[in-house]
Design a protein around this ligand. Structure first.
Ligand code: TEU
Ligand code: CA
Length: 547
């Protein structure tokens, strides 16, 4: 297995919100092709494309009804082939989303499966009889409510860890695994360069989820057979292609990631773990407006950076289609100066760590959260379900409190259209956009930034160029400095030849640097245009030193 994934910088495209070329208000594949030169200009060399397959429109494409067809709103298979060819012509690889924990209930497999107890596809999904006339057990869906849905045709329940239109596949059935492998080979034979695997740690259900015994169900942890399945997938499919793979794994810990993402290449190239994204979680999990406590975040990164070094591989991300905008979350969008400074600081902090960085569309511009006022403005099945449960059913929050949480943490924040220009609909569409454009597009857009040397875009370009030119960024070890400090995130990277020191101020106030977090040498990159005092960082300042 080659390890080009270690040098790669990934740009994530959420096609629905990227670029619309036919005026229907929905971004499409031709729009991605049209913007390849923009991605090239940034310096990224891999695109992760969110799902573009035929789907039932419930969960942003994660409810697939045909794995081998392109959803009409995104275009045609010819459009896809053209995108792949044009990307490859520019030296850009394309990684597809692989969503095989579940299918849409509109998928042909599920329609057959539900039709009778004896259908040959019955065992493709997870069906259980009622327990005392009700749900088989207390398992909860990630999108609120029970994970079990009764199907009137046979009177049994099927499992859905997400929306009720997303039925979980039964990976314990070898026929399911072979059907998935066939589909993967079909895409790989087309020439795609890998997969981002949706909730892949959830495919191997632990026994407690599967019992119709009225028990509590599972706690979200992975079942014991997960490594067996990933190794089988690797042996039968992945090892025959030159690909990169990243497993989205909400339950991964350093210990399990050492196997999932081992450098021996027996399972996946890397995992997306969630721990650093939970650093600002509260009693209602993500639904909180609590500010970040920086030492908590630093401890998580330290654990992963040190724990995987030399043995497995990290992915590095602040943003994706499931997360709010990082500048609004861990930086500041209160005024333009703070927005630009903190967006750059966050980029520097992440991109100098060990692992493969992922940039989510618009992050390279410092795009911000959207000012949602009312739940009726939300399109996201997760936010709508959580509002219903926490506000309307359980009365654990007022509507106002929940809207504050949604403004801070909701997934729709990432899904507003990409801001290309100051013009109508930010240049995203000539029609009516499927989701509101952020009103700040009049000043915050790509056109203004690509030619502006002090822009967030230019800073991301410089970060990518640094990574490509310095092997210490790829291979060096990691040491956290000033771990308990509530403003400063500082660390070194060292490969025995070069030492990098990264100093970041996660606050809008001046911060003191301990002796331990200073170093001679020269500054490679910073977000202020003149050098400041060595023993302090200015508001949101970031400096990268080399010696
Ligand atoms: O996300 C998995 C997942 O764990 C999310 O539910 C996550 O916890 C949540 O979005 C954080 O707020 C993947 C996809 O990335 C997501 O878009 C899908 O909705 C989900 O799987 C189901 O396919
Ligand atoms: Ca379109």
């Amino acid at each position: 297995m080659s390890d080009w994934f270690k040098q790669a910088v990934v740009y994530q495209v959420y096609p629905k919100s990227f670029m619309d070329t036919n005026g229907d208000g929905i971004g499409d594949l031709r729009g991605v092709t049209q913007k390849l030169d923009y991605i090239k200009l940034l310096g990224a060399d891999v695109i992760w494309l969110n799902p573009v397959y035929q789907n039932s429109g419930v969960d942003g494409g994660y409810d697939i009804s045909d794995y081998r067809a392109i959803a009409p709103e995104f275009g045609t298979m010819e459009d896809f082939d053209e995108l792949l060819a044009q990307a490859h012509a520019r030296g850009i690889r394309i990684v597809m989303d692989l969503v095989v924990n579940h299918t849409s209930t509109a998928h042909a497999w599920f329609r057959e499966s539900r039709s009778s107890l004896h259908n040959e596809k019955r065992d493709f999904y997870i069906w259980r009889p009622p327990f005392k006339g009700g749900v088989p057990n207390g398992m909860r869906s990630c999108f609120s409510g029970s994970a079990w849905e009764k199907d009137e045709v046979t009177g049994e329940y099927y499992l859905h860890m997400f929306a009720r239109e997303q039925a979980d596949l039964n990976w314990h059935n070898p026929q399911v695994r072979q059907a998935v492998y066939d589909m993967m080979r079909w895409w790989l034979d087309k020439g795609i360069d890998g997969f981002r695997m949706d909730v892949i740690d959830q495919i191997a259900k632990p026994p407690e989820i599967l019992e119709s015994d009225g028990g509590p169900g599972g706690d979200g942890a992975s079942g014991p057979r997960i490594h067996e399945y990933l190794r089988e997938m690797n042996r039968e499919v992945l090892s025959h292609y030159d690909v990169m793979t990243v497993g989205e794994m909400g339950s991964a810990k350093v210990e399990s990631a050492l196997r999932y993402a081992s450098l021996d290449g027996s399972e996946l190239s890397m995992v997306f773990q969630f721990e650093h994204m939970d650093a600002d979680a509260g009693p209602h999990h993500k639904w909180t407006t609590e500010p970040l406590y920086l030492p908590r975040l630093k401890r998580v990164f330290e654990k992963w950076q040190v724990g995987l070094h030399g043995r497995a591989w990290n992915s590095l991300y602040w943003c994706n289609h499931d997360q709010p905008r990082i500048v609004s979350r861990f930086g500041s969008d209160a005024d333009e100066r703070s927005r630009v400074l903190s967006a750059k600081m966050l980029g520097a902090c992440l991109h100098m760590m060990q692992g493969t960085p992922y940039i989510y569309q618009g992050e390279e511009l410092g795009m911000t959260n959207y000012p949602f006022r009312d739940i009726s403005e939300s399109q996201d099945v997760e936010a709508i379900g959580a509002y219903r449960e926490l506000v309307e059913e359980k009365h654990e929050m007022t509507g106002e409190q929940m809207m504050a949480c949604i403004r801070r943490k909701g997934r729709d924040n990432a899904r507003t259209p990409m801001q290309w220009t100051a013009g109508k609909n930010a240049g995203f569409t000539t029609g009516t956009p499927w989701m509101n454009v952020n009103p700040n597009h009049e000043t915050l857009h790509a056109q203004a930034q690509v030619s502006e040397p002090d822009s967030v875009f230019a800073f991301y370009q410089a970060l990518i160029a640094l990574r490509k030119s310095l092997s210490v960024v790829i291979e060096g070890d990691f040491t956290l400095l000033m771990p308990e400090d509530e403003q400063v995130f500082a660390y070194t990277r060292c490969d025995g030849h070069d030492t990098l020191l990264v100093q970041c101020n996660f606050s809008g106030k001046e911060a003191r640097l301990d002796e331990s977090a200073r170093m001679g040498g020269r500054i490679l990159l910073g977000n202020y245009d003149c050098e400041g005092p060595a023993d302090r960082l200015r508001p949101w300042e970031a400096r990268i030193w080399i010696r």
